[in-house]
Design a protein around this ligand. Structure first.
Ligand code: SF4
Length: 330
């Protein structure tokens, strides 16, 4: 049913599902918690373990220390690499710094790294569709810097240069807009008709499912709220997808405190979802905020279910403190 057909007096929330934590984020956050329990603080984490302020602050309170670079971690300590993945050079830096490492890179990001290595070994030019400066793109590019060219959306297609137009493959960041990526691929294929596609989707299941669900919700919503942090790529994409799917307005908020009262003016249906790095407690806060303003009627819109889980990083099964001490002793 479209917006025009709704009873104007009825106020409701369409709650998208799946939303929130994906399997890769769940694994990364649990990895930090387990490391803190197993080895005690401090546990160093290179970059935000996942792009969510609340998660980062909660882990800091438990003893995690977030650093920008591996070089900031004292010799002999434990460092965790975030879900977004790191380049091989970062692993080498950690080795030089005699650090024990736990790699919480999402297995679906690792899959893209492996594809990059394989196509580089076969001497392809790799066109990596992604956002310049995003940690995942930096990590993937580091696997084969001489073979990878970043393509930052459809407008960047015209700038791409390759050595041999008959030996070109595209790969992508895992958290992009599915529709915009396909537009970029079409543009690339017009320029390079023999362009090879990745063996399986690089945009991960969680990103795709959250976009499918928010599209369904957005078509009937006057206002869409996406809970997520500004530096969370998949959350930002959900706002764009909601607007593209017909939402009257769409905003990204870290929590209920960031919602502005004036956004509710004239609104009868609010669509709500959250990015893949967002704990459910933040969505609960938004639901409570909306209920206080007459939006207590909540309908779940769930086009699909998710059952994916990843096992924890294997390093958590070893005694890393002992390994790090042995490295320092040489
Ligand atoms: S958003 Fe996708 S790629 Fe990123 S951590 Fe989650 S499952 Fe992995």
């Amino acid at each position: 049913m479209g917006r025009m057909a709704e009873d104007p007096g009825r106020r409701r929330v369409l709650l998208a599902a799946p939303r929130g934590y994906c399997a890769g984020v769940d694994r990364a956050v649990i990895a930090v918690e387990r490391a803190l329990e197993q080895y005690g603080p401090p546990i160093y984490v290179r970059h935000e373990i996942v792009h969510n302020k609340y998660v980062v602050r909660t882990l800091e309170r438990k003893g995690a220390v977030f650093v920008d670079e591996t070089a900031e971690v004292p010799e002999g300590e434990i460092v965790i690499f975030s879900a977004h993945g790191v380049s091989p050079e970062v692993h080498r830096e950690a080795e030089r710094g005699r650090l024990a490492t736990i790699d919480a890179t999402c297995p679906l990001v690792t899959k893209v790294h492996k594809e990059a290595v394989r196509f580089a070994e076969a001497d392809y030019d790799i066109l990596l569709i992604g956002h310049e400066g995003h940690e995942e793109v930096i990590g993937t590019s580091g696997e084969a810097p001489d073979h990878i060219t970043l393509v930052d959306g459809p407008d960047d297609v015209a700038n791409v240069e390759v050595r041999d137009p008959e030996k070109v493959v595209w790969l992508s960041q895992t958290t992009l807009s599915v529709d915009e990526t396909m537009e970029t691929v079409e543009g690339l294929r017009r320029r390079f008709p023999l362009l090879v596609s990745p063996p399986s989707d690089d945009i991960c299941y969680a990103t795709q499912n959250r976009q499918t669900a928010i599209k369904q919700v957005a078509a009937d919503a006057d206002l869409v709220l996406v809970v997520g942090s500004k530096n969370s790529s998949n959350s930002v994409r959900m706002v764009e997808v909601a607007l593209g799917a017909g939402a009257g307005a769409a905003h990204l908020v870290d929590n209920a405190e960031e919602i502005r009262e004036e956004w509710l003016a004239g609104v009868s249906t609010v669509g709500l979802s959250s990015g893949a790095s967002v704990p459910e407690v933040l969505v609960d806060g938004v639901l409570a905020w909306l209920a206080e303003r007459g939006f207590g009627d909540v309908e779940v819109v769930q086009p699909m279910r998710e059952h994916i889980q990843f096992s924890l990083p294997k390093e958590l099964r070893r005694d890393l403190r002992a390994e790090a001490a042995a490295k320092v002793r040489g």
